[in-house]
Design a protein around this ligand. Structure first.
Ligand SMILES: [Fe+2]
Length: 454
């Protein structure tokens, strides 16, 4: 009886949290380690090189079209190009029915020369279907599997993991292992991948070690990439003057399928959601390509097909941590009126190495002379989730502004990941899982109500 009462009290509080703010802001007092982490050594077993000559490594997949019926498969062969062939079918082992051949490229960065980076696109897949695929030949052959998403329809349950700022420390491993115990079907990744730029001359060997670390998940389900500042790899002092080169060469996204002209901003439909990925570190002012594309993309979303509208962007627009405070402000000023107008449900960000969830909030009335510059509770506005707490070498961001702003519902500086369980066209249950707890423990949770349908 007491247990039932507790559950109902919890549910009631949770629902209240969705619709109002004021007295329920929480700054978690959970104690955790705040010092910087240490990257795993290059010879760590977590970066193990697969057996066999020239064996495919750093395997990762991404949705390959706008609808979800194609998959981009990418991998690296270290010694020679070989062919870029993928054998695939609905049964494992030698029962493959089809193959596709892609292409391989390399890039250089200062004194580093990459392995052969392969990209092959499998298209014409069936929705909600398990496929198996094999890369490499002989004793270097490796088999993986993935499941295509359900067709986009109004009431289509689907679960996304949410991870950001992962890096390659033991904390990163912990986040990855926790997430892999969840029921997440694809990852919304909010930027800052390898932290290779923590090394002299952005030692790109650390892009390779990171690719081998995350392969245990990225080979089996798509991680929807967002570019962060650690993807810039901008080093003019050694002649590297074109930003994002390692990232763009390694992590392929179907940007052209959504009418984008850059892999740094793009959109996909996946099950019940339209995901819009933005670039904090590309031009976004009025008249720029990203600005124009963003407005056209918002306008085109059909909420009767994909009821949930989600934005991924690295630098947060609402952040009450002193770390990276206000860095996302200019993008918020430019884009927030459209986000409110088109009833975006959730904006996920990273960059700040902590977790924070807001209530639905907007701040769109200020016009430089009217003084209306206080964020307000706005049920047409998104919830903002900052989740840059994957566990990288820079450590946690433990200093929050005081007092906690009214729009901030929950904040805590611990490493972890999120899980967004879309249940139907009106309800999505979001949980945040800190690494110190078992996977099924939610350190924070909230039921998000769809902005368009409720
Ligand atoms: Fe960042």
């Amino acid at each position: 009886m007491m247990l039932n009462m507790s559950i109902w009290l919890g549910i009631t509080l949770m629902l209240l949290c969705c619709t109002s703010w004021g007295s329920a802001s929480t700054t978690s007092r959970y104690m955790r380690r705040l010092e910087e982490g240490v990257d795993l050594p290059e010879n760590s077993t977590y970066f193990k090189i697969p057996k066999g000559y020239n064996a495919p490594q750093q395997v990762h997949i991404h949705q390959g079209d706008f609808e979800g019926k194609a998959v981009i498969i990418s991998w690296i062969t270290p010694d020679e190009a070989g062919d870029s062939k993928v054998l695939y079918g609905k049964a494992p082992g030698s029962k493959y029915t089809t193959s596709v051949t892609g292409e391989a490229n390399t890039y250089s960065f200062y004194t580093y020369k990459s392995g052969y980076i392969h990209k092959a696109v499998i298209s014409g897949l069936e929705f909600r279907t398990r496929y198996y695929y094999t890369l490499g030949t002989g004793d270097a052959a490796r088999e993986f599997t993935f499941v295509t998403p359900p067709e986009s329809k109004l009431d289509t349950p689907y679960a996304f993991g949410v991870i950001g700022d992962l890096g390659q420390t033991m904390d990163s491993v912990s986040t990855l292992q926790h997430y892999m115990k969840s029921f997440g079907q694809a990852v919304l990744y909010v930027g800052d991948l390898s932290y290779a730029d923590a090394y002299p001359f952005d030692n790109n060997v650390r892009w390779d070690t990171w690719g081998r670390l995350v392969e245990r998940s990225t080979a089996y389900q798509p991680w929807i990439w967002t570019a962060g500042n650690h993807e810039l790899d901008y080093l003019p002092e050694v002649g590297e003057t074109i930003p994002f080169q390692p990232y763009i060469h390694r992590y392929h996204v179907p940007f052209e399928a959504s009418g984008s002209t850059s892999p740094l901003w793009y959109s996909i439909k996946r099950g019940p959601a339209t995901i819009i990925v933005l670039s904090s570190y590309s031009a976004y002012g009025k008249y720029t390509p990203q600005y124009q594309w963003f407005l056209q993309t918002l306008e085109a979303v059909d909420r009767s097909v994909t009821p949930w509208l989600i934005i991924l962007v690295h630098s947060p627009w609402y952040n009450s941590n002193s770390y990276h405070y206000y860095e996302g402000e200019t993008m918020r000023v430019i884009f927030e009126p459209f986000v409110v107008k088109y009833k975006v449900d959730i904006v996920f960000s990273g960059h700040v190495h902590a977790y924070e969830r807001t209530y639905p909030v907007s701040n769109v009335e200020y016009n430089i002379v009217n003084g209306l510059c206080t964020p307000k509770n706005d049920n047409s506005a998104p919830v903002y989730v900052v989740i840059g707490d994957g566990g990288n070498v820079e450590g946690l961001a433990g200093t929050f502004t005081d007092p906690q702003p009214a729009y901030s519902a929950f904040r805590e500086a611990s490493f972890g990941h999120g899980l967004l369980e879309i249940q139907n066209h009106t309800h999505a249950y979001f949980t945040w899982h800190r690494n110190q707890d078992g996977e099924r423990v939610a350190a924070d949770s909230a039921m998000f109500l769809n902005k368009y349908w409720t």
